[in-house]
Design a protein around this ligand. Structure first.
Ligand code: FMN
Length: 383
């Protein structure tokens, strides 16, 4: 499953086209919109997200609630567009007074105008803005729906915001998904969650921003998705690229990740035993569900680090691109912290990679055939 998105942050709408979609995926429009709402929510989001109530409109590829094997096109309207019709007009002359000339450190602004020759940072920021990730969440909902049919579920939680973190000994396998979904910082421990909210409040009061760490987990995966045989088939690489494609994500690890580098081999790897009726069993999951570029049948654990939001209400130093005078970096309406939202975007990215890996292994054009092939595979593994 591949997707392309189009659309500017304050343009008329976002558009996603998802191709290579198997026929027969059962979709639920309410679930797609629920994921869009999960991305919009979260403590620390800015005023913009209060304006938008994202709804996906499906234009093609679906009849009577099921995909028909053709490209799926979706749009999400930008309600804020009504306030931006002059500045974002397709035709006519630019509004000179609305030009943005003070690039923000940490954003795409400066490198973007250098790359394109534009004299208006808005030409860059409108697309570099993470508003685009709403379109990815809509695409990811298709991947999630396919995975659901194959017995796989994707979830996420936040383990750190700024310097407030869950206990490092927190057991990923014990996450209470309902508690996470009820938390506006997506943190399973309410005591830590309230400290996270306080940290976000302090950051907002100081004109600051915060980053953090989130974890995506996927259960119900069969072993053998991905491949050890070619570099670009390794699932680690594909998942890593997908998660790193999310704006502001600067590090990804699988399982115990970086900590494994300082751990003796005998403690780093997950011993294998066999239990009649269950098959191969691991009592630990340091590998995070990946060995040799493939799933190994354990829960996939992907952890990612998000840097602090670049737009600061107490701005860093910048330079006016016309005069080259020292100025404060520009300010846009902005989030103080978007780690919970980024976790939802990462669910979508991970789901699309895994859905594609299932299609590669079990045939990719019809869900009914995939289910038959998957059942035969499970049968073979159990004997
Ligand atoms: C869900 C989400 C929301 C974000 N919201 C903002 C925001 O409100 N303001 C901002 O300056 N950056 C925001 N960012 C981060 C920028 O999009 C990102 O830092 C920028 O595009 C530069 O890319 P880079 O950080 O990967 O270098 C957000 C990122 C995500 C994933």
């Amino acid at each position: 499953m591949r997707y392309t998105t189009a659309g500017e942050s304050h343009g008329r709408a976002l558009v996603t086209i998802v191709t290579d979609v198997p026929a027969g995926i059962l979709l639920d429009g309410a679930r797609i919109d629920a994921d869009l709402a999960r991305r919009q929510g979260g403590y620390g989001r800015g005023g913009r997200m209060k304006i938008e109530t994202d709804r996906a409109t499906i234009l093609s590829g679906v009849r009577f609630g099921r995909t028909i094997g053709t490209p799926v096109a979706l749009t999400i309207g930008n309600r804020d567009w009504d306030n931006w019709t002059d500045v974002m007009s397709v035709w006519g002359d630019p509004v000179e007074s609305a030009r943005v000339t003070a690039p923000r450190p940490g954003h795409a602004d400066l490198a973007g105008i250098q790359k394109t020759g534009s004299r208006d940072v808005r030409d860059i920021l409108e697309r570099a803005s993470a508003r685009e990730t709403a379109a990815r969440v809509a695409a990811g909902a298709l991947g999630k729906a396919l995975l659901r049919e194959l017995g796989v579920s994707v979830s996420s939680y936040v383990s750190r915001i700024g310097d407030v973190a869950l206990d490092p000994a927190f057991d990923v396998s014990q996450v209470d998904v309902a508690a996470v979904e009820a938390s506006d910082v997506r943190c399973p421990d309410e005591t830590v969650a309230s400290r996270m909210r306080a940290a976000i409040d302090d950051a907002r009061d100081a004109g600051e921003s915060l980053g953090g760490v989130f974890v995506v987990t996927v259960s119900g995966l069969v072993p053998g998705l991905g491949s050890y045989a070619q570099a670009d088939r390794r699932l680690d690489a594909r998942l890593g690229a997908a998660v790193l494609s999310i704006p502001a994500i600067k590090g990804v690890e699988f399982g115990d990740g970086f900590a494994l580098a300082g751990t003796a081999g005998s403690l780093a790897h997950d011993a294998i035993r066999y239990e009649a009726g269950l098959g191969y069993v691991r009592d630990t999951n340091h590998a995070g569900g990946l060995e040799g570029g493939m799933t190994n049948g354990e829960t996939l654990v992907v952890r990612a680090a998000m840097k602090p939001i670049p737009t600061l209400m107490t701005p860093l130093a910048s330079v006016d691109i016309d005069s080259h005078d020292a100025v404060d970096a520009s300010r846009e309406r902005s989030d103080v912290c978007a780690v919970p939202a980024a976790a939802v975007v990462a669910e979508a990215e991970v789901a699309l990679v895994l859905a594609t890996a299932y299609m590669e292994k079990f045939g990719g054009d019809a869900v009914c055939d995939m289910k038959v092939a998957l059942a035969a595979y499970a049968d073979r593994l159990s004997t």
